[in-house]
Write a protein that binds this ligand. Structure first.
Ligand code: HEM
Length: 430
């Protein structure tokens, strides 16, 4: 097996596997103990990891720690599926000029993702030729699938003229984001031809997944930037406790629920008549690295903090209400409160699915934490989703005193991989 083809040659699971019960996947170590990944797939099918292939619900809840989230489906997992605790997000530059090489990479990535989301290694760790490097780096052996999801996106650069013959296929809604007031974007933390969002409950599983994809892509793609996230700042499961962001506030209260099919169809999934057939069932992703001036925030009085968001810090209730999920009364909030300005009623109905994570990347050399929110938002159309909301926020939000957008990227996110013969981006390259 060559380095560039670790997973493509693995036997693949057929789609008719066991139901998507939240059965825990066997650990990767157990899998190898049975004689390598190939054998393991059969064993996994009997043992329950096959839930990952069953095409059933991908709302594998947090209580099913260690379980596998189905990889195949109409939509990619990692969008509406229940938000995991950890993130490793990577943006890649495509280095090859050869369309066939890019297609080959996407096929190999898909095959590798199919294995890893089922809790399996992408190749030999210690059973291969002693003269060759192992085809899986091994740090996830013994770890469970941990609800790993891998979600791929295509950046504007992929559609550039004279590159891969895709210039006629760029969706109109995949706009180059304007520079918003206050933006201080670092090119080294922005853009990218491809992205992979890896979410899992175990950080090592997410990091391992990105590392394998980067390694498989060696020579064809290079990591442009990447971001680790350690605490989810939104939820797609309203029944579960809403997480808190680095400012100590509940975040994700009024988000689209992963089971609200009507809202997902209206605001998140690209529809059949939306203009780009290859993207039907997909979505658009906006990623923003938002640095927080944590030290200034920490000196801000509680009442002011609550006024800034328009919600109280303890319960998360909107101003004038007592419960977190009470309907906000916007006029009771300060005119420049974050929630008031971000609410759909203030933005012509604009509604996005937020799926961001907190980050802390050490300190900045000036004694301040380099911390904030890695904001991820999925939507059906960037022009009617993120853009109008961010225009409003960038202009007036009082939160701007405490935050700065330092990285930005936008991607078209193709629909789900339907079965073992399908691959990420097949319809785009057809
Ligand atoms: C560091 C930056 C940010 C922080 C700390 C933050 C925090 C929050 C908090 C605490 C809430 C209230 C709870 C909730 O409903 O989720 C909220 C709501 C919201 N935020 Fe942000 N946010 C940030 C940036 C953004 C950005 C960049 C956008 C979009 C452009 C955005 C869009 C929204 C939306 C749509 C809501 C829900 C409004 C509603 O329907 O009530 N936020 N945010």
């Amino acid at each position: 097996m060559t380095e560039s083809q670790p997973a493509a040659e693995q036997p693949q699971q057929d789609g008719g596997a066991a139901p998507a019960a939240a059965a825990a996947a066997p650990s990767r170590r157990a899998v190898l103990g049975w004689g390598g990944a190939g054998l393991a797939l059969g064993a996994a099918a009997a043992g329950g990891a096959a839930a990952a292939f069953g095409g059933g619900s991908d709302m594998v809840s947090a209580s099913a720690a260690g379980a596998a989230v189905p990889f195949h489906g109409a939509h990619q997992a990692g969008i509406a599926s229940a938000v995991q605790d950890r993130l490793h997000f990577a943006a890649f530059d495509v280095k090859t000029k050869d369309r066939a090489a890019l297609v080959g990479l996407l096929k190999e990535w898909t095959a590798a993702a199919r294995l890893m989301t089922a809790g399996l290694p992408v190749g030999d760790v210690y059973e291969g030729l002693p003269e060759a490097p192992p085809t899986d780096t091994g740090e996830a052996l013994g770890l469970k699938a941990s609800r790993l999801t891998l979600t791929v996106g295509f950046g504007p650069g992929l559609f550039a003229k004279d590159r891969f013959g895709l210039e006629g296929r760029r969706p109109e809604a995949l706009v180059d984001l304007e520079l918003f007031p206050g933006d201080n974007l670092d090119p080294a933390r922005s853009g990218g031809d491809l992205c992979v969002q890896a979410c899992a409950d175990d950080p090592q599983v997410a990091v391992h997944a990105i590392r394998q994809l980067a390694r498989i892509g060696f020579g064809r793609v290079a990591v442009r930037w990447s971001q680790l996230g350690f605490g989810k700042t939104s939820s797609t499961t309203p029944d579960e406790q809403t997480p808190r962001n680095m400012m100590g506030f509940k975040d994700g209260t009024r988000n689209i629920s992963g089971t609200d099919k009507a809202a997902l169809d209206k605001h998140v999934w690209v529809g059949a008549g939306d203009g780009s057939d290859w993207l039907t069932g997909g979505s658009y992703l906006v990623a923003r690295r938002i640095r927080m001036n944590i030290e200034t925030w920490d000196r801000t009085p509680l009442q002011e903090q609550e006024d800034i968001f328009g919600r109280d810090k303890g319960e998360g209730a909107p101003v004038g209400k007592s419960k977190e999920h009470d309907e906000p009364f916007l006029k009771a909030m300060k005119p420049q409160a974050h929630v008031r300005l971000a609410h759909p009623d203030t933005n012509n109905g604009a509604t996005i699915l937020r799926r961001g994570y907190s980050f802390t990347d050490g300190t900045d050399g000036l004694g301040r934490l380099d911390a904030g929110l890695f904001f991820l938002a999925y939507q059906r159309d960037v022009r009617t989703g993120f853009v109008p909301i961010q225009r409003n926020l960038a202009k007036s939000d009082v939160l701007n005193e405490y935050i700065q957008h330092v990285g930005s990227a936008v991607f078209a996110v193709p629909p789900g991989v339907r079965d073992k013969d399908d691959w990420w981006g097949r319809a785009l390259f057809a």
